[in-house]
Ligand binder design. Structure first.
Ligand SMILES: Cc1ncc(COP(=O)(O)O)c(C=O)c1O
Length: 382
């Protein structure tokens, strides 16, 4: 039986062939970025520069050197939060956040940062913009931190109503774009984004071990790590300039070569075409699953308000059992449980049992989605 991969919210698979090739060629080419002036090192320098330029183009940023490479979205989020916040600062965040945001904020709360959580709608998982603004204005607020698209319910937050408003109020706006980078158009300037954290390995098709943080001009972050950057080697002080300041240690050039190929793939397909296919997949899944007795689908009913992941349960059944049967009997990969986002499950009423999460990708086919819906129909009848 052919395997069907519907777990793209965890990591996209398969990657475009150009991504595998780029990783291999860079490994075979040798050289380390910023480490030498020989041709192999310079080629890797160029590769990293080009990748940053592609990121700046993808997200409409003015300065590509404000993109810092990280090993994951989690590392990017940690760099932003620990780099920015100190005791006495106030942060407003949402009930749909991933542990990648919740846990650093919890640790920061223990260091004296005031963290306020605004609950999303229990049915759609979407934020009430007025409630967010009210929470931000209740006391002086330094940062609003929002997950663009929930990895549990697929709920897409109305960031165009938040980022520009934050700018007017002098509040820093941070977006966790783990589930939307590469699938939903994001415009750093128009959306008023000051901090953008994302993985390279999901919608941007790069390999695991890649991610990035963008920070806007004028923001001063404390580095997460200190060490060799290949620049100002005579000094024991961390360089001031970006991106070196935040990129100590040897860079993951094979991974970043894969990310560059992934970014080129997204550019070639076009973000609007990717978004449209994602929306059609969502529509097909929604209508297919909602037509099955005993299946409850969570999150927005309108495909325009969702992206990527879709969560559901079959009444009376443990999601873990459904995932196990899908894998064993139908060769279908999905993810079950709490998806590292317990408060999102509390919001939509699926804590502590969790849900079955299905997340097609660009390379998923209509046939695969039909097979999946048929499998759920059959499982629900047993
Ligand atoms: C919404 C959200 N934020 C952050 C992350 C963390 O991403 P990474 O695993 O690349 O660190 C994920 C991962 O699934 C996510 O879904």
């Amino acid at each position: 039986m052919k395997r069907i991969y519907l777990d793209n919210a965890a990591t996209s698979f398969p990657k475009p062939d150009s991504v595998y090739q780029a990783v291999m060629e860079t490994l075979q080419g040798g050289g380390s970025a910023g480490r030498g002036s020989h041709q192999q090192a310079l080629a890797v320098d160029r590769l990293l520069f080009d990748t940053r330029e592609l990121l700046a183009e993808r997200f409409n940023a003015e300065n590509s050197h404000h993109f810092v490479f990280t090993a994951s979205a989690t590392m990017a989020i940690n760099l932003a939060l620990f780099g920015l916040l100190t005791a006495g600062d106030r942060v407003v965040t949402t009930s749909m956040e991933h542990n990648a945001v919740m846990r650093p904020l919890r640790a920061l709360r223990e260091r004296g940062v005031d963290v306020v959580q605004v609950n999303s709608d229990p049915v759609s998982g979407i934020l009430d913009v007025a409630a967010v603004k009210q929470a931000c204005l209740a006391q002086p607020t330094r940062l609003l931190c929002v997950s663009h698209c929930s990895n549990v319910s697929g709920s897409l937050q109305p960031i165009d109503q938040l980022g520009p408003w934050c700018h007017q109020q002098g509040i820093i706006f941070m977006l966790d774009a783990a589930q939307s980078a590469g699938t939903i158009p994001i415009d750093i300037q128009a959306d008023g984004i000051d901090l953008l954290a994302a993985p390279g390995h999901k919608g941007l098709f790069g390999p695991q071990g890649t991610g990035f943080l963008y920070f806007s001009k004028g923001l001063e972050l404390i580095p997460l790590m200190y060490g060799g950057t290949g620049t100002q080697s005579g000094s024991d002080r961390q360089p001031e300039q970006s991106p070196e300041r935040y990129e100590s240690g040897t860079q993951n050039s094979p991974g970043l070569a894969g990310l560059k190929a992934g970014l080129e793939f997204v550019r070639q397909i076009g973000i609007d075409a990717i978004r449209e296919r994602d929306r059609l997949h969502g529509e097909k899944l929604l209508s297919g699953l909602q037509s099955i007795d005993r299946v409850q689908v969570y999150g927005p009913g309108d495909p325009e308000q969702r992206c990527g992941a879709l969560s559901f349960n079959i009444s009376g059944r443990d999601p873990a059992e459904i995932g196990f049967i899908l894998d064993r009997d139908f060769c279908i990969a999905v993810r079950v449980g709490l998806h590292c986002a317990p408060n999102a499950h509390r919001t939509i009423g699926t804590y502590p049992g969790g849900t079955v999460r299905v997340s097609p990708g660009w390379l998923s086919t209509d046939d695969e989605i039909d097979t999946f819906i048929d499998a759920i129909k059959r499982i629900s009848q047993t």
